[in-house]
Design a binder for this molecule. Structure first.
Ligand code: GCB
Length: 578
């Protein structure tokens, strides 16, 4: 799925701004005809979560209605073009009407969806209505409000959150990413897939395009001294770049690949992609980038900020990349859902290695609803790969976080998902992030093991040395059993900024710094450990529970407003003295 662009052949407008909004706890909207527009609305910012914009909506996850009006700008011509309406992410379920006509529904947040609206547009006064339903249900992914029999297998049950999510972050709702209206020619390029390889000093790009006509396609590759032009009537071409400037965190070299469709000598469509030439593979105990072992240093993170919630927040993205650079990190995982496309573009540009995770968090495997959960996970896997396949920064797909997969149904579930991911992308390693360790059914299929472990925190609480010893023992046993490289995908400690203790004690800044230091030491003394990603980059909002003071997870190395804790300085020393 291509991100909309603006150029002489494609037009895009962003419908973000202040929309009209109404909560609908009594489900009045349908019968009152809100699909054609509604009065008594309050203003809301789009994109952003609704929860923290008002005084009465924080914990409300039910139905709510959005509407906006727009005119069609000059340059948009439904008579000649194809015009689509695209949502970057709506949590959780969206139902959309344009000028009173239903365009369709979409389930699942964090991934884009679009509708062809060519035949439904008016030149002026279009009215767009979106009903959003954020309710937590056992058969949704991620799930919530589990019944008691499900709770037994779905952990976290001892201290349920309110709202009752089966995951540890606030279930923010709303239109979270930009809503775009875009126009292309009717025979536009629909999709592009670029696979890069390195042959000696030559960078090789295999480019496949999808479009509805068998016309001439022209490919121009520019950057780093290259200016390569090639044409074909086929839908695939191989471009060789002599003495290629490879992409890596140290040198995130990007080329511009300009693809044009040509008829009778005239260009009628153009799409430009930033391409990084690199390879990624798991070989023995190593993770190889461009054929050389790479060690991942970084974080799990969240799209989370005060008031905007999970909404697209460009200054926070820029700030986070600045902090990642400052601290010496080279990677992050999009825990626990795909991040905005804009964040992925910047990861390409700034040279970060990304483990791209689907929204499959909190999975459990009791029979009831299992098929539906699998179908949703398959949809998420397909959609994230379709969206992010051309990013050099994406080095691995993570198909789930902490599934409760020491269960007989888990193996077939994951066999199915891994087969799907591999059939869609044979070039990247695939993983699942687990806390089940030796009992993890999905590890059999993983190219690399990703382990979450909170030693000296949830286990051996307060005992730094015991936590480190247990960690060493566990990862050695994992390696002995699976014989695969391992990434420590989560470890850390809640830390109240400004709280100090000597000797270090839980919740103090010293304890977090010491824990991370000691455990990184254990990890780095094992050659099969290919990286450490700390939980979490920043403090983030959760539901309310006795485990979460002030509805916050305080495992951030930075605070929610991005101030460093003591551990940030310690990590900066460690990560800059490699
Ligand atoms: C985990 C989860 C993460 C939680 C974290 C914690 O294992 O993957 O979502 O936030 O533990 O802090 O408990």
């Amino acid at each position: 799925m291509l991100y909309p662009q603006s150029n002489p052949f494609r037009q895009t407008i962003d419908l973000s701004g202040f929309w009209d909004f109404a909560f609908d706890p009594e489900q009045r909207g349908y019968s009152a005809g809100w699909v054609r527009g509604f009065a008594d609305a309050r203003p809301i910012a789009v994109p952003a979560s609704w929860n923290d914009q008002f005084e009465d909506g924080r914990d409300y996850l039910g139905a709510a209605w959005y509407q906006t009006h727009f005119d069609l700008p000059l340059g948009f011509d439904p008579g000649l073009q194809k015009i689509c309406l695209r949502f970057g992410s709506v949590n959780y379920l969206a139902e959309v009407w344009l000028n009173g006509e239903c365009l369709g529904t979409h389930e699942g947040g964090h991934l884009p969806f679009e509708f062809d609206v060519t035949a439904r547009l008016q030149r002026e006064a279009n009215i767009l209505v979106v009903r959003v339903d954020g309710e937590l249900k056992p058969d949704r992914v991620p799930p919530g409000n589990l019944t008691t029999d499900m709770q037994d297998v779905a952990t976290h049950s001892k201290y349920p959150n309110y709202p009752n999510a089966s995951f540890d972050f606030f279930p923010f709702c709303g239109i979270h990413r930009p809503v775009l209206l875009y126009a292309t020619t009717r025979e536009a390029i629909q999709d592009v897939t670029v696979i890069t390889d390195i042959v000696g000093e030559t960078g090789r790009m295999r480019v496949t395009i999808e479009h509805s006509t068998s016309t001439l396609a022209r490919f121009t590759l520019r950057g780093h001294g290259a200016n390569i032009v090639a044409e074909t009537h086929a839908n695939e071409i191989v471009l060789d770049v002599p003495r290629a400037a490879l992409w890596s965190p140290d040198a995130p070299n990007l080329y511009d690949l300009i693809i044009e469709l040509v008829r009778d000598g005239a260009v009628f469509d153009r799409y430009t992609l930033a391409i990084g030439i690199r390879t990624i593979q798991v070989a023995g105990d190593a993770l190889l980038l461009n054929g050389k072992p790479i060690h991942l240093a970084g974080f799990g993170r969240h799209e989370d900020f005060a008031i905007s919630g999970r909404g697209y927040n460009p200054p926070v993205i820029v700030k986070d990349f600045a902090l990642l650079k400052w601290i010496g990190a080279n990677s992050f995982r999009t825990s626990h859902y795909p991040y905005s496309e804009q964040m992925m573009d910047l990861a390409d540009r700034l040279g970060f290695l990304v483990i791209d995770e689907t929204p499959a968090v909190g999975l459990f495997f009791v029979e009831s609803g299992l098929e539906r959960r699998l179908e949703l996970c398959r949809q998420y896997t397909r959609d994230v790969i379709a969206r992010d396949k051309n990013h050099p920064s994406v080095i691995m797909w993570s198909l789930a976080n902490e599934p409760r997969s020491n269960h007989p149904n888990a193996k077939n579930f994951f066999r199915n998902l891994f087969d799907l991911a591999k059939s869609l992308d044979a070039t990247r390693p695939v993983t699942v992030v687990s806390n089940k360790s030796l009992e993890e059914e999905a590890f059999e299929f993983c190219d690399m093991l990703c382990l979450n472990r909170y030693n000296a925190w949830y286990h051996d609480s307060g005992q730094l040395d015991a936590g480190s010893v247990a960690l060493a023992k566990e990862i050695d046993a994992l390696h002995a059993k699976f014989n695969k490289p391992l990434l420590m995908a989560e470890f850390g400690a809640d830390t109240i900024p400004g709280w100090h203790a000597q000797p270090p004690e839980m919740f103090s800044e010293e304890f977090q710094a010491e824990l991370l230091d000691q455990q990184i030491h254990v990890l780095r003394s094992r050659p099969f450990v290919v990286g450490e990603q700390i939980w979490n980059m920043c403090d983030f909002k959760t539901g309310q529970s006795v485990r979460r003071m002030g509805s916050m997870n305080y495992k951030g190395v930075f605070t929610r407003d991005r101030r460093p804790k003591l551990a940030a300085h310690r990590l900066r020393e460690i990560w800059n003295s490699k």
